[in-house]
Design a protein around this ligand. Sequence first.
Ligand code: FCB
Length: 436
Amino acid sequence: MAVDPLPSFPPGFLWGASTSAHQIEGAAHLRGQSVWDVFEARPGAIRDGSTAAVACDSFHRHREDVALLAGLGVNAYRFSVSWPRAGSPGGLEYYERLVDDLLAAGVRPVPTLFHWELPAGLDWLERDTAARFADHVERVAARLGDRVSTWITLNEPAEHTILGHALGVHAPGRTLMFDALPAAHHQLLAHGLAVRALRAAGATDVGIAASHSPTWPLSAREEDVAAAEFYDVLMNRTFSDPLLLGRYPDGLAELMPGDVDADLETVSERLDFYGVNYYAPSLVGAPTGENSAYGTLDVPAGIPFSLHEIEGRPKTHFGWPVVPEGLTETLTGLRGRYGDRLPPVVITENGCSYPGLDDQDRIAFLDSHLRALHRAIEEGVDVRGWFVWSLLDNYEWNEGYEQRFGLVHVDFDSPERTRTPKASYAWLRDVLRAQP
Ligand code: FCB
């Protein structure tokens, strides 16, 4: 446990916890199917063979979640609105109840409008999906817009494209490699249309949650540096350049479908904040021709880089290295690249998976990352908030229930999905109490 108190964060700072619909809600029988339900039924797709049909059962137990948030002392909660649920009878009413209960508890609702649960039958390779998303956003905003001011359009279009459409380890389980790029373009277009729809509905605080991983070359050798640059473009800049600069990195626009120049005007609609999800840096070298490991993800041979373990660092249960200064580097790097085009930043996800209730390793992780975040603020980055991933242990996509990211333990064997705060919950509560 750290002994020095954490530094003070700016007044008005958003302190939040994050979750997503598919990972916590359960009650799958009360909503339409998503691409994840279809994917989970594939033999071998999910490491522990589980599904998210019940998950944390937050659909029936959201009041417990709200009470946990209030007890933690956060002033914001990032959850997602499931697109298939929002389109099912009773779906929007559920989110209304959640929002009303959050507001009554003094917690700002921060809904994400797409966190990977695409309705089954829709496809990001189709341009029309972007327009369909804008319709979904309009419907949700019409229902909640009188009570919600802060919105997030998409969660991590990079992971959804690469893991879901290029490598096939996430839903919809496609292995298109570089032919997956149109799925990125259509999500970015969907984002821009959503920003416009939200503003038309009166929203004043609109952002996106983008993953960022600072990319370190394995060595100073030319081929390692080139491979790292390629990876950085693919994972980070394919998404942040169009959003913040209105253009794709060199050579990419040609690979995208449609009238790309016209679309980029939509994609780069001004944002009120830029959400950053940070977990770890990536150490990248020239291709070795072998599978390489990033945590538990195997990268197939035949792609123009290889991923390497960052040695000499503690690792989370997922195998991800603990590198707090990578968060400082991410933020100063974004400011350096985008300058005044970078809106105020909110850390929309940051956290780690570890088993156990006395999770001292999670406390050490969060403590060191909050200090690293503060360093970025001292270096002049305008950071307005930090959301921990996650409030609850939940359904960690293709990892099933094996990776526990929560400040609160969930007993997935109990019918009640019993929630038990971990040591890190008490620690963060005390940190927040000590903030101005
Ligand atoms: C992010 C996802 C989130 C969660 C964390 C661990 O990529 O946005 O849903 O799975 O990783």
